[in-house]
Design a protein around this ligand. Structure first.
Ligand code: ZN
Ligand code: ZN
Ligand code: ZN
Length: 447
């Protein structure tokens, strides 16, 4: 299936969660939001916010201590780590510590809890990024001051004491004693935190039952998967495969198993996940966003990626970026990149990745010609090449087309183009090429 970008909306219980999801997206860390409810011996339940399946990390964030039952959370952290819980710390509310939480081995992992707003780069060195957190970092089960960190060698992502990257399990740095790399201020991390702060998060009121209304925080982002937006739009959140429903409703002898029955959703007009069967999938045989989480692209990330793809396109076609960018803008139906909205960026990224995969499919108008190429052209061809560039030149130098035409004629010493011989025309095309490459020289020559 072709790679295609689509706009989807994701919902979160708190604004802080929405912003953290944008941080993980920028770092290309797959996340699942509230995939599981856990129950304690006393019957109380909790839903940790994020599961990072690749790193096997549970992560939650609260604006201030006291907002959640932190004692419960700590018992969860012990259970998720596969350890016996014993109370040692006075920071957490420990009244109910003898009521353990059950966490299936499939969900075992490290648990981290962040207090306060997102980290942020302060001052010039950007060192103390967790300054606003009351704990100076994230809590693990029995210790604080943990920061997200990235391996400077392989890019491995994790959380370590003061962000010391040599403690990461990739072991690239492999020097625990002498080389304390406080990589919690890695420029990629700082950029991701900044994205989290900048992310546009919308607060909406939703019905929560019993006539009561609750709050949700939503963000819109791109997902690189065709059909995902459609699947999410039509899902009524009660997905079960047709096969499963039939097997329950029909007498055993009347039920005939068929492959399609397992892929079609009984409630939505689409497909069910081939993994869990409980969430919508973009296409038959595919996984849902929980079973196979893909990092999303926020607006800023989509623009950065589009710029990167434009550079790749420019190298592939040996063409200047200032020729490539207008071609991309045109494909998105915008005049300037700044006018592009998220849906336009989805179109642009989809189109550019298609051009990259099938280089013959992109026809660049007015490609830059080399000296040798200009020498090879016939007089009629040179005339055409000039004519084809006049519109672009007029836009680039902010001058009218008749003025541009006159300036070309002046440059080659003729009153009308018809008078020009082949050599003069070649000189004209070279002049146009120079002005396109350095628009300022057009204005300077005028003075
Ligand atoms: Zn590494
Ligand atoms: Zn469904
Ligand atoms: Zn699934």
């Amino acid at each position: 299936m072709a790679l295609a970008y689509e706009v989807i909306t994701t919902s979160f219980r708190t604004e802080l969660h929405a912003r953290w999801s944008a941080v993980f997206d920028r770092l290309q860390v797959p996340w699942v939001y509230e995939p599981q409810v856990f129950t304690a011996g006393d019957g109380r339940t909790c839903m940790p916010a994020f599961w990072l399946p690749r790193e096997r990390i549970w992560f939650d964030a609260v604006t201030a201590p006291g907002h959640e039952d932190l004692g419960w959370w700590r018992r969860f952290a012990a259970a998720a780590g596969g350890w016996e819980y014993y109370p040692t710390d006075t920071f957490f509310d420990e009244q109910d510590w003898d009521s353990p939480v059950h966490v299936d081995e499939a969900w075992h992992g490290r648990a981290l809890l962040a207090f306060g707003p997102l980290p942020m780069a302060y001052g010039d060195d950007g060192l103390d990024v967790w300054q606003s957190s009351p704990e100076g970092g994230m809590w693990v089960y029995d210790d604080a001051m943990y920061w997200w960190t990235l391996c400077p060698v392989c890019g491995y992502f994790g959380a370590e004491y003061f962000g010391q990257a040599e403690r990461l399990s990739c072991e690239c740095l492999n020097d625990r004693e002498h080389n304390k790399t406080r990589n919690g201020h890695d420029v990629r991390l700082l950029k991701a935190y900044q994205d989290g702060w900048n992310e546009s998060v919308e607060e909406v009121l939703v019905a929560v039952g019993g006539g009561r209304a609750g709050h949700q925080w939503r963000r819109r982002a791109l997902i690189p998967r065709q059909g995902a937006a459609e699947a999410a739009r039509h899902c009524v959140a009660q997905c079960r495969s047709v096969a499963e429903v039939l097997r329950e409703e029909l007498p055993e002898e009347a039920y005939a198993d068929a492959e399609e029955g397992h892929q079609l959703c009984d409630s939505c007009p689409g497909f069910v996940c081939t993994g869990c069967g409980a969430e919508p999938a973009a296409a038959p045989g595919e996984y849902c966003r929980s079973c196979e989480p893909l990092p999303l692209l926020s607006d800023a990330h989509a623009r950065d990626l589009l710029n990167l793809r434009a550079i790749e396109l420019s190298r592939l076609h040996k063409e200047q970026l200032k020729i490539i960018h207008p071609v991309i803008n045109k494909a998105m139906g915008v005049r300037w990149r700044g006018d592009a909205r998220l849906a336009d960026l989805a179109v642009g990224l989809t189109q550019v990745e298609h051009w990259l995969a099938h280089p013959g499919s992109l026809q660049i108008p007015n490609p830059t010609l080399s000296e040798e190429e200009i020498d090879m052209l016939s007089g009629a061809e040179v005339r055409q090449e000039i004519a084809a560039r006049v519109g672009t030149l007029s836009a680039v130098v902010h001058d009218t087309i008749p003025m541009v035409q006159m300036r070309i004629n002046d440059a080659i010493g003729v009153r009308t183009r018809a008078e020009a011989d082949e050599e003069q025309l070649r000189a004209g095309l070279r002049q146009v090429r120079l002005w396109l490459q350095a628009p300022a020289s057009y204005r300077e020559a005028a003075g």
